[in-house]
Design a protein around this ligand. Structure first.
Ligand SMILES: Nc1nc2c(ncn2[C@@H]2O[C@H](COP(=O)(O)OP(=O)(O)OP(=O)(O)O)[C@@H](O)[C@H]2O)c(=O)[nH]1
Ligand SMILES: [Mg+2]
Length: 290
């Protein structure tokens, strides 16, 4: 039996969360075009008859952010590497190297573990900076070009990962992995889905000043006695000005976020969901974060 922890690292937006979702064939980690969409280390399980893998998605290190949240999040990838059996270093070939890439590369270089260099987004023809990364081939144990989004070359990537896994006892009981897999509680997972939809709907306007807390998840019955998940959650932002933006004119924006989140949660849980969302301005939430 081969078994081990595989840690995905790479700059923000490289596609780490897209890749972990594709590998474990489940949505466990949220995705958006914003840097540091992932704010926690999130795990997903993969197994077959011969191997077991726990994949770990990490936040991208965000060099431009000077605030408290980013500083805390920036520590997570380094800590995760300590527990890795294999490191998957993901590169976005549509972006040139630069300080951000060099910082992560410097960190990965210092860890004496098997490393696979993965060139992502090959479904995009131009721009193509693959040549800027070719020199790394010698430093890494393996190299694989993929598209996490289009699920291209994931099988050869998995084969290479398995090759470097240590022999060992099973890490988990695959029979016991339920509907909410991974290391997040249902409350945390629901909050992540809402945050993803808020990022999607608000786009450029509010990247960093927002977080979500799930207050309650209750299983109830609707008027026709069908089971329904009643969920209440708070979107926290740092000022009243942002609060107004999240609510939108006549509540239009918050309604759009709520509808998207509810539909996705219904798909995931296979049950009707009632979602009660409130927007709260709390200038101190970043200090309470993590
Ligand atoms: N065209 C294309 N887009 C991709 C691919 N993989 C990821 N993306 C897009 O790249 C953006 C960032 O993807 P994420 O998976 O959130 O990236 P991440 O590395 O987890 O980013 P952080 O959590 O911020 O560190 C999203 O808009 C994805 O849809 C790919 O293979 N091809
Ligand atoms: Mg991510």
């Amino acid at each position: 039996m081969k078994a081990g922890n595989v840690v995905l690292v790479g700059r923000p937006n490289a596609g780490k969360s897209t890749l972990i979702n594709a590998l474990v064939e489940k949505k466990i980690s949220i995705v958006s075009p914003k840097p540091q969409t992932t704010r926690k280390v999130i795990c997903g399980y993969w197994w077959n008859e011969e191997a077991q893998i726990i994949f770990w998605d990490t936040p991208g290190i965000f060099t431009k952010a000077k605030d408290l949240i980013a500083k805390k999040i920036n520590l997570l990838p380094g800590l995760s590497l300590e527990n890795a059996d294999v490191i998957v270093y993901l590169i976005d070939k549509t972006r040139s190297r630069g300080d951000e890439e060099n910082r992560i590369l410097g960190m990965v270089r210092n860890v004496p573990k098997p490393k696979i260099l993965v060139i992502n987004k090959i479904d995009i023809k131009e721009p193509d900076y693959t040549y800027e990364y070719k020199f790394l081939k010698e430093e890494f144990d393996e190299w694989q070009e993929i598209s996490a989004l289009k699920k291209i070359n994931l099988k050869p990537l998995l084969e290479k990962i398995i090759r470097f896994l240590p022999e060992g006892e099973p890490l988990f009981d695959s029979q016991k992995i339920g509907a909410f897999p991974g290391n997040l509680t249902p409350e945390e997972f629901v909050a992540e889905v809402i945050r993803e939809k808020a990022f999607l709907v608000l786009r450029q306007e509010l990247p960093y000043t927002l977080t979500v807390i799930t207050e309650k998840i209750e299983e109830k019955e609707d008027k026709k006695q069908n089971p329904i998940f009643y969920i209440s959650a708070k979107i926290l932002t740092t000022s009243r000005h942002y609060k107004k933006m999240i609510i939108g004119r006549g509540g239009k924006t918050i309604k759009e976020i709520g509808t998207l989140a509810r539909k996705e949660l219904e798909l995931i849980t296979n049950q009707k969901v009632y979602l009660d969302l409130e927007v709260v301005a709390d200038p101190h939430w970043p200090e309470k974060f993590l």
